[in-house]
Design a protein around this ligand. Structure first.
Ligand code: SAM
Length: 189
């Protein structure tokens, strides 16, 4: 079994921790059951704020309950809306960290997975919301019923980013079979 510390969410959280401080504004673009939302809320602290998006009402219900138990404060807003509209909720250059966990919710409805078109719109808008030195963290999944279209679209998009403005890092589980997930990071320079 794989060491928990090297699973994709742990790996991404390790990177995100470096970019979040007490008082940060963070965005979880794909709330799901709220694992990353809880992490962002904890890192941003009582004086920070977290905006979390999902299109499934069940995601908001699960996350609301989870956070109420986990946190002694409420520094979050759970938003039932597509991440394509995240720029309607946050000012330009205001976020220290924006997280995307693509694909479908395990145990949930696979047809409600993220889709290439809306994901790219949301990623593009995310760039304009990042502060200098802010981090955009993307967990990319492929294979199975997710297919490869979204992975390929995101990887192509990452390659187009201006290297004078953004640092793009990809991590690979290089010796792992069966289309392992790809943690990708964009830092606004
Ligand atoms: N990080 C989450 C967690 O801790 O449980 C898991 C996220 S799951 C892989 C992807 C989520 O993205 C699903 O809950 C799905 O409903 C959501 N989603 C799909 N399309 C979306 C969209 N356009 N805007 C916001 N969320 C979307």
């Amino acid at each position: 079994s794989q060491n928990q510390n090297y699973q994709i969410t742990a790996w991404c959280q390790r990177m995100m921790r470096e970019h979040i401080h007490e008082g940060s504004l963070c965005i979880d673009a794909t709330m799901g059951n709220g694992n990353d939302t809880q992490f962002l809320c904890t890192q941003a602290g009582r004086n920070g704020s977290v905006l979390a998006f999902d299109i499934q009402p069940a995601a908001l219900e699960h996350t609301k309950e989870r956070l109420a138990h986990a946190l002694p404060y409420c520094n979050y807003q759970l938003i039932l809306d597509s991440h394509e509209r995240l720029d309607a909720y946050a000012a330009p250059e205001s976020a220290d960290c924006i997280a995307f966990n693509l694909g479908y919710l395990p145990g949930g409805d696979h047809t409600l997975a993220t889709k290439p078109g809306s994901t790219l719109t949301a990623l593009e808008k995310s760039l304009s919301l990042l502060k200098k030195d802010g981090l955009l963290c993307i967990c990319i999944y492929s294979g199975g019923d997710t297919g490869f279209a979204e992975r390929d679209a995101v990887l192509s998009w990452l390659q187009t980013l201006d290297s004078r403005k953004y640092l793009v890092l990809l991590t690979q589980y290089y010796n792992r079979p069966n289309n392992p997930p790809i943690p990708a990071f964009v830092i606004r320079l």
